[in-house]
Design a protein around this ligand. Structure first.
Ligand code: GAR
Length: 208
């Protein structure tokens, strides 16, 4: 591990690492891509905490393997959306998190979180927004028969998948692509785009 993966150290760019919190619901490959970008020195950040809502999900297992602190906030226990989001805010504030990244978070978020981290809440979505908002962006693209889809990184506002777009990448839909093959291609782009978009935004977050 490079020395700068120690959060107490500065990274090679000389910047103080941005303290980020990550939210994930499933496999967690985007979460791991963030860890890898930090270790590669291309994302000037440190992950203070991962929060998952599904106990035992892939993201949690990855955090254990990677040595990232992980908290489970189960939506079956914290049943009200506001209650879950307040617990998320509390958790991130306790960890001194500056920016929160929704890396495959499959719950709708409320103003409790959106306003708690206003302009500092980032989401990755598997489509070229504003197309194919909501659930299963990949399946929606296949059903629509588009020849190009992709992924978007955006700030989260009260409008579902409707906040300002920070970055996008296009992915061709090839003849014979199915959900699995298209999902793999979109994920490959997401893993590059998400850390890149966060890193590019750091100067603006630092100002405000
Ligand atoms: C990613 O494709 C992400 O864009 C999507 O979930 C996947 C998570 O993959 N997010 C949404 O659909 C949010 N509406 P991962 O768990 O392997 O990172």
């Amino acid at each position: 591990m490079p020395a700068f993966s120690d959060p107490s150290q500065q990274n090679p760019t000389g910047q103080t690492p941005l303290r980020i919190g990550v939210m994930a619901s499933g496999n967690g490959s985007n979460f791991e891509a963030l860890v890898q970008a930090i270790d590669a020195g291309t994302l000037a950040a440190e992950i203070r905490i991962l929060v998952v809502n599904n106990p035992g999900c892939g993201a949690q297992l990855r955090a254990e393997r990677l040595g990232v602190p992980c908290t489970v906030l189960d939506h079956r226990v914290l049943k009200e959306r506001d209650q879950l989001d307040q617990a998320l805010v509390n958790c991130f504030r306790s960890a001194a998190v500056e920016v929160v990244v929704m890396a495959g978070w499959m719950r709708i978020v409320t103003p409790v979180l959106i306003n708690g981290y206003a302009d500092r809440l980032v989401n990755i979505h598997p489509s070229l927004l504003p197309s194919f908002k909501g659930l299963d962006g990949i399946g929606q693209a296949l059903a629509a028969g588009v020849k190009i889809t992709g992924c978007s990184v955006h700030l989260v506002t009260a409008e579902l998948d409707g906040g300002p777009i920070l970055a996008q990448a296009a992915v061709p839909v090839d003849e014979g692509d199915d959900h699995a093959t298209l999902s793999e291609k979109v994920h490959r782009e997401e893993h590059r785009l998400l850390p890149e978009a966060i890193n590019a935004r750091i100067p603006i977050w630092r100002q405000g």
